[in-house]
Design a protein around this ligand. Sequence first.
Ligand code: NAP
Length: 261
Amino acid sequence: MPLLPALNPPLADWRGRRAWIVGASTGIGRAVAALLHERGAQVTVSARDEAALAAFAAAHPGARALRVDVTDAARMREAWDEVAREGTPDLVLYCAGYYKPTQALAFDLAEMLRHDAVNYGGALHLLDACLPALVREGRGHLSLVSSVAGYRGLPRSLGYGPTKAALSNLAQALYLDLHPRGIGISLVSPGFVATPLTAQNEFRMPALITPEEAAQAMLDGWARGLFELHFPRRFTWVMKALSLLPFRLYQRLVRSATGNA
Ligand SMILES: NC(=O)c1ccc[n+]([C@@H]2O[C@H](COP(=O)([O-])OP(=O)(O)OC[C@H]3O[C@@H](n4cnc5c(N)ncnc54)[C@H](OP(=O)(O)O)[C@@H]3O)[C@@H](O)[C@H]2O)c1
């Protein structure tokens, strides 16, 4: 029996429930969609890669593929209308993401804005599309996939980190506004997960987990009604502890751990 009340209405039994996963053609989003489908949910998968979405739908009877580019606000609204035609989904998961290692010494405005458009702007487009119905009905659960890279500034993360910090802050503000209206809001803060997004990393990724392990951790978190789903905990607790340190000490530890002289 938990000591404290759950922050969200627990989502444990997925049979007959509906989920819309945005950013589900590969990686974590695809693994979550597969696990939800296995648990009995009716899933709609979205991203840009139509072939990958169609392959998912073909392999998962009852699943639906819906192409979206999250940077296109009008298309996001259209896609929401298609998803909501059968009723407001029980879960809307924003899992689209973009990451390229970026540094101040090779500042690239286009790359900076690309991170912002996909990681943060896309989430705003999703909110614009789905919030009116969620608020009207006073139900549903919205989950945003951010990152521990949003906790504090990190090397090679000039473009990515700030967008994830914004997304995490957004999730907290959404919770304050929408929890009293009966809407579930959760923030997902993964550590390193082996996906196409991290395949480009040339450094050894500590506590690396599979997309399937990430998906399991997310379902466990939703079932417990958590607000922040962070995993693997052996890594994310360290990142949380680091984020509490005075900056003088933080920057020294990060430099020595990453070789960022
Ligand atoms: N892997 C990690 O270690 C890690 C750690 C922390 C947080 N995360 C976050 O987890 C989320 C999923 O990442 P992942 O690791 O699973 O990477 P991934 O396999 O590269 O998945 C990214 C997903 O986002 C979609 N996407 C990208 N741009 C899009 C756009 N403009 N419109 C629609 N969909 C778009 C991609 O599909 P299309 O290319 O088909 O559009 C893909 O489905 C991201 O938000 C990422 O920042 C990952």
